[in-house]
Design a protein around this ligand. Structure first.
Ligand code: C2E
Ligand code: CA
Ligand code: CA
Length: 699
């Protein structure tokens, strides 16, 4: 494109001459004017590519003044024409940043060179300005903070984001040492971090900001930042680590606020590794710690650790009767309690439900682990007070020691599980240490669960019967049906071990039905065969599920008509737990059973929730005093007082009393003195298979 040139020259001969020359050189001349005012007017009108401006003009305004005004609104290169180059004029002209001077008179050659240089320079300048604008638009709009320093570590630039992040404006910060503007500390130690700028200047390499970097803003607020710092090199050198750095002119630091990102990652981390209810680490986290511990043993064979597996006793019952909210509260309380009972570097985790695991690191002996288990059970033994209610729980604890030589966590966890089930089988509030020899015979809970599925169809369940005696006449009055599982490999398994599994898996309904039918059938046999026996009742335990079945009375009358047993020959044993879960429905169902003529007995009385207020609204006929009270009966005065109170309470409500778990003659005598009518326990007889009951009735 040919350049368009405006000539400002008051000597018209000179002007015409220049015009001719320019046109010969291939330029276009848009206009010739002779005054500053016209120069401005035509510059605006034509926006020429260049102005040849005489300094001396006719009129008020000279060329320098006109150029100054033109420069204010247009970006047109100006070349001055002047006859005499006196210092003062030239100095004044210089202030308008002209693109060249032509001293009159000049030759065509001079004109050509000056114009070419001026147009070229202007083109370059335009590009530079455009690039600068482009760059500053980017720097102003990006979300990252950009900060630059010179080689003395003084701030040379902050982009708007950097201003926001540091709290400093560019004008405040410019020239200040970077360490004054960029105060960095370690997130956890809170120690000042070494300045990344300094390090870049020393190493001439791009470095990343260390994680855990906190930036303290001008107002003292703290934000987490991340990203990197890099050296700036002088053009045209290309940055490379091998450079000795002579050409480095400063450092650029790019950084961003990663507070939100950190919060999100921490949240995700918590979600992945922590239990939201108790704030304890979860199974995954525990397993990671366990892997570390096993590695430690591999490196140092003297290192000993223990894993405690904890399962709360009766948690399901508490959850069912008092509701999930209370259950949750209890889990939180238990978590707090557990943390209090171990050292700070031990790990307490919640595995889900009412299962907890504890990793005891660096212990000296198995006694250390036992001590902790005992301490836990002692502490859990005391009631938790939640919302003013006393809640009793306890835990069964399985202990595994690293000295068994584990290479994988799977085996370790499996063994802890086995030990825990052994502890459960011992009764409430017990612990068991995993013994590799015994364990060979013990199968894990999950196997049990699988086997339990087929126990009924494979006819592995048995009903044992424990006699209930009239204490005064010492004659058998009834029997309590107690289920047993004859496992093909395990032998006889106690209901304490498999009933909880059955309840969790829902097989309990089928099991209870089967026991109900079997026991009714058996009772009918005894009644037919032994007409003169005092044995007149069979007591059958009902799980809380069964108790709340709407069709329970229908089911029972079906069983009764099927087996031909009279309803007066059945007692159903129900626990308080089952009733309190839904008292209103329970009352309806119990009344239906009563209408059938069935006797109802409140089992384990005293161990649950002091539901005395409900007691008279439930149509129960018998109170069974829990074994634990009988156990304490002869131990101290309080033990005696409690039993006395329960017996009197029952009598006042017109109920019969059955004492459970009578083991000694002393207990029997005391109970008789307290006017307790009925009792059962090892003192009389253990639960027996039906054929042995036959002997008993005969004899
Ligand atoms: P429970 O209803 O309290 O049954 C009494 C438990 O005390 C029985 O344990 C019995 O063997 C035991 N026992 C009786 N006399 C003595 C004694 O003098 N000393 C000691 N230490 N223990 C004695 P078992 O048979 O292991 O049953 C445990 C629990 O399992 C039962 O407690 C009952 O809650 C449940 N259960 C048993 N059979 C069934 C069933 O068919 N259905 C349901 N739903 N639960 C059952
Ligand atoms: Ca019972
Ligand atoms: Ca009982």
């Amino acid at each position: 494109m040919t350049a368009n040139i405006l000539i400002v020259e008051d000597e018209s001969i000179v002007a015409q001459d220049i015009k001719m020359t320019l046109e010969e050189l291939g330029y276009k001349v848009c206009e010739i004017v002779d005054s500053g005012e016209l120069a401005i007017e035509n510059a605006m009108k034509f926006k020429p590519n260049l102005i040849l401006m005489d300094i001396r003009l006719i009129g008020e305004m000279d060329g320098i003044e006109a150029s100054t005004i033109i420069n204010q609104s247009l970006n047109i290169p100006i070349v001055y024409l002047t006859a005499h180059g006196d210092e003062q004029t030239l100095a004044k002209a210089k202030l308008t940043s002209p693109f060249g001077y032509l001293i009159k008179p000049f030759v065509e050659q001079d004109l050509r060179i000056i114009l070419e240089i001026a147009l070229y320079k202007h083109e370059i300048q335009k590009e530079l300005i455009e690039q600068k604008q482009w760059l500053s638009t980017i720097l102003a709009s990006i979300g990252d903070g950009v900060l630059t320093t010179d080689t003395n570590q003084n701030i040379t630039y902050l982009n708007p984001t950097a201003e926001k992040l540091t709290g400093w404006t560019l004008s405040e910060a410019k020239g200040k040492p970077v360490t004054e503007v960029l105060k960095l500390i370690h997130e956890t130690t809170r120690q000042p971090l070494s300045c990344p700028i300094k390090q870049v200047l020393e190493d001439h390499q791009l470095i990343n900001l260390p994680s855990h970097t906190l930036l303290i803003k001008k107002d003292g607020q703290e934000i987490a930042i991340g990203d990197n710092a890099a050296p700036i090199y002088e053009y045209p050198q290309t940055p490379s680590p091998s450079q000795n750095g002579d050409q480095c002119t400063g450092v650029v630091l790019v950084f961003r606020d990663i507070t939100d990102y950190k919060i999100v990652t921490q949240k995700l981390h918590r979600q992945a590794f922590y239990d939201s209810l108790t704030n304890l680490p979860n199974r995954r986290w525990f397993q990671e710690r366990l892997i570390d511990a096993i590695e430690r043993v591999k490196r140092n064979s003297d290192y000993l650790f223990a894993v405690l597996f904890l399962d709360l006793d009766r948690f399901k019952a508490i959850n069912d009767s008092l509701g999930h909210l209370m259950g949750d509260r209890l889990l939180q309380e238990v978590s707090r309690c557990l943390i209090r009972l171990v050292r700070s570097f031990d790990t307490v985790a919640r595995f889900g439900g009412d299962e907890f695991a504890i990793l005891l690191e660096n212990i000296h002996s198995r006694e250390d682990a036992i001590n902790v288990a005992e301490r836990i059970n002692d502490n859990l033994n005391a009631p938790f007070i939640i919302d003013g209610k006393e809640i009793f729980t306890n835990s069964s604890i399985g202990i595994v020691l690293s000295s068994n030589g584990y290479f994988s966590i799977d085996n370790l966890i499996r063994d802890a599980d086995i030990a825990m089930y052994r502890a459960k089988a011992k009764g409430r509030g017990c612990y068991a240490i995993f013994d590799p020899i015994v364990a060979q015979e013990v199968i894990s809970a999950s196997r049990l669960e699988n086997d339990l599925k087929r126990a009924i169809e494979k006819e592995e369940l048995r009903v044992y019967y424990q006699p209930i005696f009239d204490l005064e006449t010492q004659t058998i009055q009834g029997v309590e049906a107690l289920v047993r599982w004859q496992h093909p490999q395990q032998g006889l398994i106690s209901p304490q071990l498999f009933i909880p599994i059955a309840e969790e898996t829902g097989y309990i309904l089928a099991i209870d039905n089967w026991v109900l039918e079997t026991a009714c059938h058996q009772m009918k046999q005894w009644l037919i065969l032994r007409e003169n026996s005092t044995l007149s009742k069979v007591s059958i335990n009902l799980s809380s599920y069964q108790c709340l079945q709407k069709n329970l009375s229908q089911k029972l009358s079906n069983i009764l008509s099927k087996t031909g047993l009279n309803p007066s020959n059945i007692t159903l044993e129900i626990t308080e737990t089952a009733l309190i879960k839904d008292p209103n429905s329970a009352i309806i169902i119990l009344n239906e059973l009563k209408d059938l003529g069935i006797t109802l007995s409140l089992d384990d009385f005293g161990t649950g929730y002091s539901s005395l207020s409900y007691l008279h609204s439930f149509p129960v006929d018998i109170l069974k005093i829990d074994r634990s009270f009988i156990n304490n009966l002869t131990k101290n005065k309080e033990g005696l007082e409690i039993v006395k109170t329960i017996i009197n309470l029952g009598k006042n409500l017109n109920m019969d009393i059955v004492a459970e778990g009578i083991e000694t003659n002393e207990q029997l005598e005391l109970l008789k003195q307290l006017n307790c009518q009925y009792g059962q326990g090892y003192f009389f007889s253990r639960p027996l298979p039906p054929n042995e009951i036959n002997h008993l009735i005969n004899g």
